[in-house]
Design a protein around this ligand. Structure first.
Ligand SMILES: [Zn+2]
Length: 343
C-alpha cells in the first residue's frame, strides 16, 4: 500500500469551534504502528473540552484533535515492530507511558508522570484518518468484535478498572450511581464478575431502562427516590455521576467495610461523610484511567458477556464531529456517539 502523504483531521480551535484540516500524514517511528482509524467514540471529556476548552488543569491552548476511544487497521509498521502485522484490526489504548519509571515498572502505568494521552492537551487524539501508536498499545481484536465495539473497549477498560478497584466478585452487591456510558458498562462488568445485586441510580428514565436491560436488578429514579430507600446495603459503590451530593449519599448507603470507588469527575473537592466512613471502615478510592485492562475487556466482549454495540446511539462522519460532540446534550436517550473518520 502506498503511504498517504496527507490526512484529514477534525481540530478543536476553541470553545465550540471545531474545523476540518488537512495535515501531513504521520509516520510510525521505531516500535510504532500506523493505524487507519475506523471508529472513534465520543467521550464526556471530549464534549467537555468542546464546551469549556479545559478540564481541570488541562487547558486547550493550541489546536487540539479530540477523540481517545478508537479502533482501526494497521497500515504500516515502524522499524523493529515484530509482533504486529499490516492488516490487523486493533483497538487503540490511547496512552503512551514512558515504560521506565517506578510506577510503570510496578505495573501502574496509568500513574506514569510522563504519560502522553490522546486528546489531552497538548497531545492530539483520534478524530483523524491516521494515528501512530506504540505497538504495545495496538491491541489486536477478533473478527467477532465490531469496529465500534473495538473503539469502546476504552470506556469498557474504565469499568473493568473500577470494578477491580472495588474488588467486585461473586456475591457482591453493587450500587452504580450515574447511568451514562461508564455507569452502564460498570453494570455489565459487575454482572460478568458475579455481582448478584446491581442497583443503578440516575435522573434519566431512558438510561435507567437501558440499565435494566443490561443487568441492573434495581433502578432508582433519583428525581423521586433516595438511595436510602434501596432496602439492602451495597458492598461496593461505583460512583459514576460526579455529583458531590450523590457521592456522599452513595457512601452513606454502603454496608460496613464497603468500598467506594470514585469513577466520575466531580470537581476538585467534595465533602466526605467522614464519621460514616470512620465508623463503618469504608474504603474510598480514586481511579485514574486503567492499566492492563485490554485483554480482559476483549475477552468480555468476544465472549458476549458485555455488549458494547448496544451503547451506540448515533454515527457521524469526520465532518460531523461537532454534531457528534453535541449529541449527548441534544438527545436525552443518547449514550454513545461514534465518529467514522473514513466515511
Ligand atoms: Zn512511567
Amino acid at each position: 500500500m502506498a503511504a498517504d502523504t496527507t490526512m484529514r483531521v477534525s481540530v478543536l480551535r476553541g470553545v465550540g469551534d471545531v474545523v476540518m484540516e488537512q495535515r501531513a500524514a504521520p509516520r510510525p517511528g521505531p516500535g510504532e504502528v500506523l493505524v487507519k482509524v475506523s471508529a472513534v467514540g465520543v467521550c464526556g471529556s471530549d464534549t467537555h473540552y468542546f464546551d469549556h476548552g479545559r478540564i481541570g488543569r488541562f487547558v486547550v491552548e493550541q489546536p487540539l484533535v479530540l477523540g481517545h476511544e478508537a479502533s482501526g487497521v494497521i497500515v504500516e509498521l515502524g522499524s523493529g515492530v515484530t509482533d504486529r502485522q499490516v492488516g490487523q484490526r486493533v483497538s487503540i489504548e490511547p496512552g503512551r507511558p514512558d515504560f521506565t519509571c517506578a510506577q510503570c515498572l510496578a505495573g501502574r502505568y496509568n500513574l506514569c508522570p510522563n504519560m502522553r494521552f490522546f486528546a489531552t492537551p497538548p497531545i492530539d487524539g483520534a478524530f483523524a484518518e491516521l494515528v501512530v501508536v506504540h505497538q504495545a498499545m495496538a491491541h489486536v481484536v477478533p473478527d467477532t468484535v465490531s469496529d465500534e465495539a473495538a473503539a469502546l473497549l476504552e470506556p469498557l477498560s474504565v469499568a473493568v478498572w473500577a470494578c477491580g478497584k472495588g474488588a467486585v466478585s461473586a456475591g457482591s452487591r453493587v450500587l452504580v450511581t450515574g447511568a451514562g456510558a461508564i455507569g452502564l458498562l460498570c453494570v455489565q462488568v459487575a454482572r460478568a464478575l458475579g455481582a448478584t445485586r446491581i442497583a443503578v441510580s440516575d435522573v434519566n428514565p431512558a438510561r435507567l431502562e437501558t440499565a435494566s436491560e443490561l443487568g441492573a436488578t434495581d433502578v432508582i429514579d433519583a428525581r423521586t427516590a433516595s438511595l436510602a430507600e434501596l432496602g439492602w446495603s451495597p458492598t461496593v459503590l461505583l460512583e459514576c455521576s460526579g455529583h458531590p451530593p450523590v457521592v456522599a449519599e452513595g457512601i452513606r448507603a454502603l454496608a460496613a467495610a464497603g468500598r467506594a470507588v470514585l469513577v466520575g469527575m466531580g470537581g476538585d473537592e467534595l465533602p466526605l461523610p467522614l464519621s460514616y466512613v470512620q465508623e463503618h471502615e469504608i474504603e474510598v478510592t480514586g481511579t485514574f484511567r486503567y492499566a492492563n485492562t485490554w485483554p480482559t475487556a476483549i475477552e468480555l466482549v468476544a465472549s458476549g458477556r458485555v455488549d458494547l454495540d448496544r451503547l451506540v446511539t448515533s454515527r457521524h462522519g469526520l465532518e460531523q464531529a461537532p454534531e457528534a460532540l453535541a449529541a449527548s446534550r441534544q438527545d436525552p436517550a443518547a449514550i454513545k456517539a461514534i465518529v467514522h473518520p473514513g466515511s
